[in-house]
Design a binder for this molecule. Structure first.
Ligand SMILES: Cc1ncc(COP(=O)(O)O)c(C=O)c1O
Length: 399
């Protein structure tokens, strides 16, 4: 097992204001618009913010607040707050262009009022599993088509979970970044709309929508805290960094100088945010990124996420896969028992690593008085893998 790595970001400081560069990526108005639409989405309900007292005691911190996204829209991950919102915004534009309402509501679109304008529209995306599933679901709810690209390492279970929502699924040789390139090329050739959670040159508007959706989730979590409580730490997992940047921005805007110390957590085999922070500029992780934390297996940080995290994230930590499975087991054993997938358990994995490596705990300022915010970003999105790593079926743990 490789030891955790830690980098303290010299660019961050509590006094630093949320500035124009960050506001150009994510802002309050964008977050409010996302909240408005997502709260009107059919079947919307806030996910629970769990107070994991027993886990906190075991891990030597004062408090753990765990935003449990396993329950999000029946989709099993936080991704339902991002891509479907971007699909909604895109379809709204198409409906307006084709002579429908200027600002069609999510309820009307989902009810099929504009089906003539939307049914031939194709949205497409590359995915490790969860994002593509969310795109497919959003397309199904809103009445358009989806073509989803997956890479070599995506499990058959995750593939089926996408196909279930009526999407066409295409498997590509190579890693996540290669599936992104194939998706972009096919979209260009066929005039499909890419709904990506990562940004690249000339493609910023849609990933911004996705991230504003994630900000709405961060705000939902903050609103569930006990009256007056502010976490001392937020430990947020990263793939391309969209989720982490959205939480960072939401907490920065909400709490200013009082904001929690912000720690980005990644698998050590897919550490593009860590590498970028060390180098002070976006830096790629080479190789096949083969980590059990499939949702975090990204080799290139999203430029939009980088704009926020480069000054907003205080620390970057990388973890061996072994910590993820230990974290899943710990969550399954504590009361209340929590079902977390490999990527969902990353925050707990970081706390386990910090307990085992006192130097890491000291470097992160974690101790018995810490109040830690985590995102359980997925439930058992791959039940077979869950059983292999935890030794129990997710439904038995949940019971
Ligand atoms: C379960 C889970 N958690 C976290 C992430 C990381 O999100 P991001 O790629 O925006 O950093 C992902 C991304 O796919 C995921 O599926």
């Amino acid at each position: 097992m490789t030891a955790p790595r830690h980098f303290h970001n010299p660019q961050s400081s509590p006094a630093r204001r949320y500035g124009p560069a960050e506001s150009a990526v994510l802002d309050r108005a964008g977050m409010a618009a996302a909240r408005h639409d997502l709260e009107a989405w059919p079947g919307y309900a806030p996910t629970p913010l769990l107070d994991l007292a027993q886990a906190a005691h075991r891990l030597g911190v004062g408090r753990i607040w765990y935003k449990d996204e396993a329950h999000r829209f029946g989709l099993n991950s936080f991704k339902a707050m991002g891509a479907p919102y971007a699909v909604l915004r895109f379809l709204r534009g198409i409906i307006a262009k084709r002579g429908g309402a200027i600002d069609a509501t999510v309820g009307d679109i989902a009810a099929g009022k504009y089906r003539d304008a939307t049914r031939d529209v194709v949205v497409t995306s590359a995915t490790d599993g969860n994002h593509g599933r969310a795109v497919a679901w959003g397309a199904e709810v809103l009445g358009c088509r989806a073509v989803i690209y997956i890479h070599e390492h995506v499990s058959p279970g995750r593939e089926q979970a996408i196909a279930r929502y009526g999407a066409e699924v295409r498997r590509v040789k190579g890693n996540y970044d290669e599936s992104v390139r194939r998706c972009a090329a096919d979209a260009k050739a066929n005039n499909w709309q890419v709904i990506s959670d990562t940004s690249y040159d000339g493609y910023m508007a849609i990933p911004r929508d996705v991230m504003h959706g994630y900000m709405a989730l961060a705000e939902e979590a903050a609103n569930q805290l006990p009256e007056g409580a502010v976490p001392t730490h937020a430990l947020i997992q990263a793939g391309v960094g969209g989720l982490a940047a959205a939480f960072c921005a939401a907490f920065w805007l909400r709490w200013g100088e009082q904001r929690p110390r912000f720690v980005v957590v990644e698998p050590d085999k897919a550490d593009c945010c860590y590498r970028s922070a060390v180098a002070g500029k976006p830096t790629t992780t080479p190789g096949d990124l083969d980590t059990v934390m499939a949702g975090l297996a990204a080799g290139e940080i999203s430029p939009l996420a980088w704009t926020v995290l480069k000054a907003g994230a205080d620390d970057f930590v990388t973890l061996d896969d072994e910590y993820a499975s230990r974290a899943m087991r710990l969550l399954a054993e504590t009361k209340p028992a929590v079902v977390a997938g490999e990527s969902g358990a990353a925050g707990i994995a970081c706390l386990i690593a910090a307990q085992e490596h006192p130097a890491l705990a000291r470097a992160l300022g974690l101790d018995g008085s810490s109040r830690v915010m985590l995102v359980g970003s997925e439930g058992a999105t791959d039940p077979e893998l869950y059983f292999k790593l935890v030794g129990r079926k997710p439904q038995d743990v949940a019971r």
